[in-house]
Design a protein around this ligand. Structure first.
Ligand code: MG
Length: 244
């Protein structure tokens, strides 16, 4: 993967592309998401204040629980609350009392009532991109929770289609390409997650735009092929208009 420069990438040829299909990720690409979870985890670690384990050790235990729960229960606030309660039980070697469960919910109230915070430049950029390209939204997680965020975002009208899936495997991308007869060379997956956006889209033959978010969840990290010239890496969402 590298920054595409004029003359280096046959897919861009140094000119702005027109008439592409742009599939956009939502959490941590259009709006902040994981940073809100991170703030809750910080408060939780303060509250747990384990007598022998340091914060990193407790965080490691929580990450393992979240990783396992993601496989069986998917993503979202509900499963996150469950992971916090399970982590408590493991550390204290007893289940949380009703009052302790209430406390955990209170710590996560920012998530439960979270208002969508668009990443700077997203609204204007979608306006411009939507005038030249076909935009689709592809997000994973709890259907109801994701839909609520999409409705609250104020940018849903830009997307011809919205897909909410439990997990973003390569089959999801292949299925979408086949169902919508998308030409891989003019289809781009745009997102912050190497694991859920970039790698599976590339495996399905699409191009990808990687826009890292400083707060990307550790479970979304993955290796990317630095030499892959069909991955465009950008520093911000706004930069998309320079290429599309
Ligand atoms: Mg994301």
């Amino acid at each position: 993967m590298r920054c595409v420069r004029p003359g280096r990438a046959p897919s861009l040829r140094g000119v702005r592309l027109n008439g592409q299909v742009l599939i956009l990720d939502a959490d941590d690409t259009l709006w902040e998401n994981n940073v809100v979870f991170e703030r809750v985890i910080d408060d939780y670690l303060d509250w747990i204040a384990h007598p022998t384990l340091d914060r990193a050790a407790v965080r490691g235990i929580l990450d393992d629980i979240e990783r396992a729960n993601a496989v069986t229960h998917g993503y979202g606030t509900k499963v996150f609350l469950q992971s916090l309660a399970e982590c408590f039980e493991k550390l204290r070697e007893r289940p949380a009392t009703a009052a302790e469960r209430d406390r955990i919910e209170e710590l996560a109230s920012a998530l439960i009532h979270h208002e969508v915070e668009l990443i700077p430049g997203v609204a204007e950029t979608l306006d411009e991109l939507g005038s030249r390209h076909e935009l689709m939204l592809l997000t994973k997680g709890d259907r109801e929770e994701q839909q609520r965020k999409i409705d609250a975002s104020g940018v849903a009208h830009h997307f011809r289609e919205v897909h909410i899936v439990p997990e973003k495997h390569v089959e999801v991308y292949r299925g979408l390409a086949a169902a919508r007869m998308l030409a891989p060379e003019s289809t781009w997956m745009i997102g912050n997650s190497p694991k859920s956006d970039i790698r599976p889209a590339r495996a399905a033959g699409m191009n990808a735009v990687f826009i890292p978010n400083a707060h990307t969840w550790v479970l979304e990290h993955d290796e990317l092929d630095e030499a892959d010239e069909r991955v465009l890496k950008l520093g911000s969402f706004r930069e998309l208009v320079q290429h599309f």
